[in-house]
Design a protein around this ligand. Structure first.
Ligand code: 4AD
Ligand code: MG
Length: 478
């Protein structure tokens, strides 16, 4: 028996007349003759033709949706529509039966909500196969982008004692017996007795440790899981998500924006090229979905066009202050259509405002800079106006914020002053402050939310559908 060949390679091959072995899961079996076989290497199924007149009827009965099989047969040019080659089976072996009465995935369209409940099986659908192949390509392209530029991939800790963003949205990590938590004399929890001898949590960001690396290695990036205990039940938030965080020494905010824009374009172009079939499938899926909507709610561009558009255009760059002026004068604001009216300078932008700027006003990705210091983290470099910091957020159509970053405050006195103002404990971050004491330099970085990127490239509407097993409030199944 010849070696197993994956279906993607088989469908791309022009060599017919040879014997092949394929393995996969039965998608459908029709007319007792045609198996649509899928092994996850591509969205396209391989047609396996069964000589049912000479086949064992007991075997035919076991060719059910979801069954794992091995096929040895002859590769021939296909007469059927939609495929160039097919396999005429000589022998078929059932590797794993799938009881059609009990198998939850029927060969029909299931809702995304239902598939989320059977996330352990949803990989076997066309939509999720495509999503996770695209996700894989994007991850690979992220590494390739940075490696080509000489960045060092740095593994920052997952368990830490700091809350990098200072937002207090951390998950505790403890080894205490929860029914018997040691207390100190003053009645507070005695973390000295805990595993690490102090209070610890899951990281919300690898940035602070990333900065330490950049202060020696010049350019680093992290790519790992991050955790936020924010109670947001939205289509854009997860409690566990993956983040890419580059940090660059001798780099200012403009270099930072250039790097982020180049990264986004690079990885999108990579996926468009590598996952043409999957993205075409997802484009069609979105078109079908939008047909249910009234005309004025449908997107002007298809998914593929949207991705291409993103590659072909410079992102619009403007300051927070300029954005507020645009929003104040905007039609939805004047007509009181925003849920949160834009009244003055200083408040944080809501996702409806971000999306107005991107989707209605500029009609392309936007980079906003120089936000009010009150709504940003302590580590951002302060501008001379005393009011704003060298922050940048990249806003994408349909997504809102996809990247958040800044130039960092490298001046020790300014940084300490800001930490005091914001009640960030300086003693605990002594190691962070040391980089400002010894060889401080201009530096900058950003965080790209990986699932938000996958959301954009796949055209999906809910972040829970672009990570294999989503974690969100009241849900940690699988
Ligand atoms: O804007 P954020 O909070 O920035 C940071 O964490 C910085 N330390 C990054 C840096 O400068 N190194 O998060 C960065 C990005 C956001 O723009 C968003 O794309 C994503 O992470 N993100 C989330 N994605 C999914 N679920 C959540 N709950 C997210 N919170 C942030
Ligand atoms: Mg942010």
């Amino acid at each position: 028996m010849s070696q197993r060949i994956k279906i993607k390679a088989l469908l791309e091959s022009t060599e017919t007349g040879i014997d092949v072995t394929v393995k996969g899961w039965v998608r459908t079996f029709r007319n007792n003759q045609f198996i649509a076989l899928n092994d996850g290497s591509t969205n396209n199924n391989l047609q396996v033709v069964v000589d049912f007149e000479n086949a064992d009827p007991a075997l035919l009965k076991r060719l059910t949706t979801g069954a794992a099989i091995s096929v040895f047969g002859h590769l021939v040019a296909s007469l059927g529509k939609g495929q160039t080659v097919e396999v005429k089976a000589k022998t078929i072996q059932i590797l794993g039966d799938s009881d059609p009465e009990k198998y939850p995935l029927q060969p029909k369209k299931h809702s995304l909500e239902f598939l989320r409940e059977i996330a352990h099986l949803r990989f076997r659908t066309n939509t999720f196969g495509a999503i996770f192949r695209v996700r894989n390509s994007l991850a690979y392209a992220v590494h390739q982008f940075f490696q080509e530029k000489g960045f060092i991939y740095l593994h920052t800790p997952i368990i830490t004692a700091s809350d990098a963003e200072g937002a207090g949205e951390t998950f505790h990590v403890t080894n205490f017996d929860l029914l018997n938590i040691p207390k100190a004399d003053n009645g507070e929890v005695d973390f000295k007795q805990d595993f690490f001898g102090r209070a610890t949590n899951l990281t919300v960001s690898g940035q602070l440790e990333g900065e330490l690396g950049a202060m020696a290695l010049s350019d680093i990036y992290t790519f790992g899981p991050t955790f936020r205990a924010e109670n947001s039940n939205t289509t854009r938030h997860l409690a566990e998500f993956w983040m890419i965080e580059p940090e660059m020494a001798f780099c200012d905010l403009v270099d930072n924006m250039d790097t982020a824009e180049a990264l986004l374009k690079y990885v999108i172009a990579y996926a468009l090229d590598k996952n043409r079939d999957d993205i075409e499938f997802l484009t069609q899926r979105l078109l079908d979905e939008e047909k249910q909507k009234p005309q004025h709610e449908r997107s002007e561009m298809s998914l593929t066009e949207k991705l291409q558009f993103c590659l072909d255009n410079d992102f619009e760059r403007l300051t927070y202050t300029e954005a507020i002026d645009i929003l104040k004068e905007s039609a939805p604001n004047k007509k009181k259509k925003f849920q949160y009216p834009v009244e003055g300078w200083g408040t944080d932008l809501q996702s409806e405002h971000e999306r107005y700027l991107v989707e209605k006003h500029f009609k392309k990705p936007v980079i906003l800079t120089d936000y009010p210091k009150e709504i940003k983290a302590f580590y951002m470099r302060q501008n001379d106006d005393g009011k704003t910091v060298r922050a940048m957020d990249i806003l994408f159509p349909g997504i809102g914020e996809i990247v958040g970053g800044s130039q960092r405050e490298e001046r020790l006195d300014k940084l300490e002053q800001r930490m005091d103002e914001m009640n960030i404990p300086k003693e605990e971050l002594w190691w962070y402050l040391d980089t400002r004491r010894f060889g401080a330099c201009e530096h900058a970085g950003f965080g790209l939310g990986f699932e938000r990127l996958v959301l954009f490239v796949t055209g999906m509407g809910n972040i829970r559908d672009v990570i294999p097993f989503p974690r969100f409030p009241r849900s940690a199944e699988f």
